[in-house]
Design a protein around this ligand. Sequence first.
Ligand code: ZN
Length: 187
Amino acid sequence: MTVRPIVISGDPVLHSPATPVTSFDAELRKLIADMYETMDEAPGVGLAAPQIGVPLRVFVYDYPADDGTARRGVAVNPELFISPTPVSEPTEADDEGCLSFPGERFPLIRADKAILRAHDENGAAFEIECEGWFARIMQHEFDHLNGLLYVDRLAHAEAKQAEKARKTNGWGKPGLSWMPGVDDLDG
Ligand code: ZN
């Protein structure tokens, strides 16, 4: 397993829809192992393949339940069904972050419930029902596979702040990345 550099906002791989996986082979399993390793090292609660420069419809997640039960897995070629997104003012409790927009957090209203249908690394289909932050993570990672970052969904005021952060950090161009465990960044 190898920790891979995480691509930063501005690279086309993050802003284009990813391609479905067609073979559940050793190469896919190696990719998934690297994604777990990279997510853990970052550390993050989720990571999508485009974030390590691979334009495939795969994401990993690791978000234990309140009672400590592990919720760690991989979603290959996922579908996501969400409850209606509430219309309300975001608060600090809605602050979201992204390893591809590192060190920044902005509030975003998300749907509270989601159903994930996907395949695991061996091609077996599964379904999970999610609520609260777990549902948020699924929406965030699923967005990555469609070329969307959470900052693309922000309301006007927060979008302006995100744009400012992008400029201040010198992001928004191809080829930028950071290395978990080496570069001192988080998000
Ligand atoms: Zn992200």
